[in-house]
Design a protein around this ligand. Structure first.
Ligand code: BGC
Length: 772
């Protein structure tokens, strides 16, 4: 294969077996369905109502049984050939002779939803219709079981609301009341992308079973039916805490206090770190982090724990003691002594999922954890400290169901890593302590940045040609093209030295779309043999615009994938999805996204993994490894603290240095160390007064110097930051388009110089050289 063949000629080269196309193939949609069953979480199953017994006559209620939400909207949406809903899934089970479905109801919802779509109401945004009286009566008279579906849709660029979103709508409440009044047993299926209210069913005896089915991709409805009918055994577990009301989440106090900033006053006490530490809050948990039921049961025995030279080794034996084959997730937590620093009650350190265990089958799982990971960050000392005292190690299956298996004593405190204070907040006014009180912090003003308000207009999504059109350029024979760097004929520095300032200005910005791309590309300097490598969105699948006519596979939403706790499955999904990216001649997949689920209302939580950085980091690493195993670049995003969507281009995330390091950056650090992503995307928001893409302390200080990251750093598309300041900070590439004339203006004023452009262009060209 010729170097950069796919990017230079955009050929149709199928990657499936026997020269078939792999994009949207059966192989992939089947994997999507399987992955979806792995991450759905069974929240409630009183009297073993599920799985539905053979021969049961089922009535499917709720417009969501037709208006199935495969994933969230915005850049995370995917164009697919079809989407299977729960009616499709249950009708398939009926055709296999497993159950009977009350079809008139399916017909009613199909027609109603079609009508609402016809009125331009977007999928997932339809209103719950009133069930016709006679249909409800007939269903109640002839069916044994009711299944109610509730769906939620959210998208990039907007946050969710407490009313009619976190909580049920009035129409949904009426429908639920009408059904539960008539049926002895009702099963609820939640087709949602993030945390929702669970108080309406937790103690409702009329609702003995609830499946948190998430947004499961294009096969999601069929995967739901697989679980409901027992063709798959649920093994998903929560990666977030489900509290009894919205107000119980500490982020709810000030999430929307201002459009212009968010004070992260909950500090390190996010999710279970809050609910299990702050006095009087554990009672407010409906379903704890890590929780999930199964159709089978497991015995968990810790067989060995050993601590040698900072490495804690554990062997845990898991035995299936139930009647159905299934998988179990093992979670390892540790508790650190409170000393100089406040501590959460415990923190997740590692996890693993068993293979599918038949009844009576066992598996031994081994874990190795460096106890230096237990160190906490002291802002005063600018260092991670492992404090003296007693440490506890817990093995369990949720934050609540765990037991202490080992303790050890450290006689002296020790510094495990000395650093420099970076990204320190200036306007965070207070932060939560473990006793539930707030510590008041001193605030100061931000330093003013150079005023660029009278510079040429920002091009954002408009391409600015700095160079003339190259297409007819005759390339001089003696010119060294980029391939001569690949061949070792010249060094990259020698190659870069040939480029003019205008060439460099072009390179450090994105390039127009080619082929099926819609998020623009990188490189594209024909006279120097630099190919244009296109990018495409994720994370739920390769996103190609509908008008192109290429349908791809929609995988389950990121939160569902995290709830699999299964790094192998996630890696498999990453590799399969990357093949679709490659087949369509795209080099960078703008995936994974791993911002922390700080508030249930963040409109993009469906694209993110968890409230916990270890889950986020490990799941993201698995995806990145899968993607890059196919020679496709991942682009880990949004670095960092993009935890709300309202005014996302200009909102200041005010967060303490400790919470930043221990919660919001930790997942990114794990991915950088474990999976070496080829690219990282900075976020739109401001972090403690400076745009993340202009934040030198964040990019050069933490990402490059502390973590040793040497891949490419790109801005988020059309952010409001200033290009020359991004280059200074180490944000190498501005997407989707260069700062163009503004960057030339900055050069003219001496605010940046050729050397800085060269330094950034080097990362871009190194990235292009990596591409096949
Ligand atoms: C989103 C990114 C996305 C990019 C390109 C931005 O609006 O925040 O996640 O990758 O657009 O579509």
């Amino acid at each position: 294969m010729e170097k950069w063949q796919r990017y230079k000629y955009l050929p149709v080269l199928p990657l499936g077996e026997n020269n078939s196309l792999i994009t949207g193939s059966k192989k992939h949609t089947e994997l999507s369905r399987k992955a979806a069953t792995e991450g759905m979480v069974l929240l409630k199953n009183d009297n073993s109502v599920l799985p539905i017994k053979n021969g049961t006559k089922v009535a499917l209620f709720g417009k969501a049984s037709v208006d199935y939400v495969k994933g969230g909207g915005g850049s995370g949406d995917v164009t697919t050939a079809y989407v299977h809903n729960l009616c499709d899934g249950m009708e398939e089970k009926q055709s296999e002779g497993k159950i009977e479905v009350f079809e008139s109801l399916n017909g009613f919802y199909r027609e109603n939803v079609k009508k609402q779509y016809g009125e331009n109401i977007a999928p997932g945004k339809t209103t719950e219709p009133k069930i016709p009286k006679e249909l409800l009566k007939e269903a109640a008279d002839t069916c044994d079981l009711a299944v109610i579906s509730i769906c939620r849709y959210s998208n990039e660029g907007a946050d969710r609301t407490e009313e009619n979103d976190f909580y049920l709508t009035a129409e949904e409440k009426n429908m639920i009341d009408a059904v539960t009044e008539k049926f002895e047993n009702t099963v609820v299926v939640l087709n949602v992308g993030g945390m929702v209210d669970t108080s309406w069913f937790i103690n409702n005896t009329k609702i003995p079973a609830v499946l948190l089915a998430w947004q499961g991709g294009m096969e999601g409805g069929k995967a739901e039916a697989d679980i409901l009918c027992g063709d798959a055994c649920p093994s998903g577990r929560l990666t977030d805490t489900f509290a009894s009301s919205f107000a119980d989440y500490p982020s709810s106090y000030n999430f929307h206090e201002s459009e212009n900033y968010v004070e992260y006053t909950d500090d390190i006490f996010v999710g279970y770190r809050y609910f299990f530490t702050i006095p009087g809050t554990v009672e407010k948990v409906n379903y704890p982090f890590g929780f999930g039921l199964s159709y089978t049961s497991f015995k968990v025995e810790t067989q060995r724990v050993d601590l040698t030279e900072d490495i804690l080794s554990l062997t845990v034996k898991v035995t299936n003691i139930g009647k159905m084959a299934g998988k179990q997730v093992i979670q390892i937590y540790s508790a650190s002594p409170v000393g100089l620093l406040d501590k959460p009650a415990f923190e997740l350190r590692d996890f693993g999922k068993t293979r599918n265990l038949a009844p009576n089958q066992s598996q031994e799982m081994n874990f190795k954890i460096d106890i230096k990971e237990f160190a906490s960050y002291s802002e005063e000392k600018a260092a991670y400290i492992l404090e003296k005292g007693t440490y506890g190690i817990y093995v369990g299956i949720s934050a609540l169901e765990k037991e202490e298996v080992f303790t050890f004593e450290l006689a002296n405190s020790r510094i495990t890593q000395s650093l420099t204070n970076l990204c320190v907040p200036k306007k965070l006014s207070r932060r939560l302590k473990s006793d539930g009180n707030f510590e008041t912090l001193e605030t100061t003003e931000y330093e003013k940045v150079y005023d660029t308000s009278d510079w040429p207009t920002k091009p954002t999504w408009k391409f600015e040609h700095i160079q003339p059109d190259f297409r007819d350029t005759v390339i001089p024979k003696e010119r060294k093209l980029l391939e001569s760097v690949v061949d070792g004929e010249v060094t990259l520095n020698e190659f870069i030295a040939q480029l003019s300032i205008e060439d460099l200005v072009d390179i450090v910005g994105g390039r127009p779309n080619q082929g099926v791309a819609n998020t623009w590309g990188i490189g594209d300097l024909y006279p120097f043999g630099i190919p244009a490598v296109m990018t495409a969105d994720g994370p739920a699948g390769l996103r190609i615009k509908p008008e192109v006519g290429v349908c791809t596979t929609a995988w389950p939403c990121a939160t569902l994938l995290a709830c699999t706790w299964d790094t192998e499955t996630v890696c498999e999904v990453g590799a399969a999805a990357a093949l679709e990216v490659k087949e369509n001649n795209i080099g960078m997949w703008l995936t994974p996204a791993l911002n922390i689920h700080r508030s249930p209302l963040c409109g993009r939580n469906f694209e993110y993994y968890s409230e916990d950085p270890v889950v986020s980091g490990k799941i993201a690493s698995a995806l990145v490894k899968g993607i890059q195993s196919q020679g496709v670049s991942s682009c880990v995003k949004h670095f960092c603290c993009n935890n709300k969507e309202t005014n996302r281009f200009a909102s200041d995330s005010r967060v303490s240095e400790r919470a930043l390091r221990e919660i919001y950056l930790k997942g990114f650090k794990i991915v950088v160390e474990k999976a070496k992503p080829w690219a990282i995307m900075t976020s739109y928001n401001i972090l403690n007064g400076t745009y993340t893409s202009e934040n030198r302390e964040l990019i050069k200080g933490i990402l490059r110097d502390e973590w040793g990251y040497n891949g490419l750093v790109v801005s988020d598309w059309g952010n409001w930051a200033e290009h020359y300041r991004e280059l200074k900070a180490g944000n190498n590439l501005r997407m989707p388009s260069s700062g163009g004339k503004r960057l030339l203006k900055a050069l003219e004023l001496g605010l940046t110089e050729r050397e800085e452009l060269e330094e950034n262009a080097k990362y871009i060209l190194e990235w292009i050289i990596k591409m096949a």
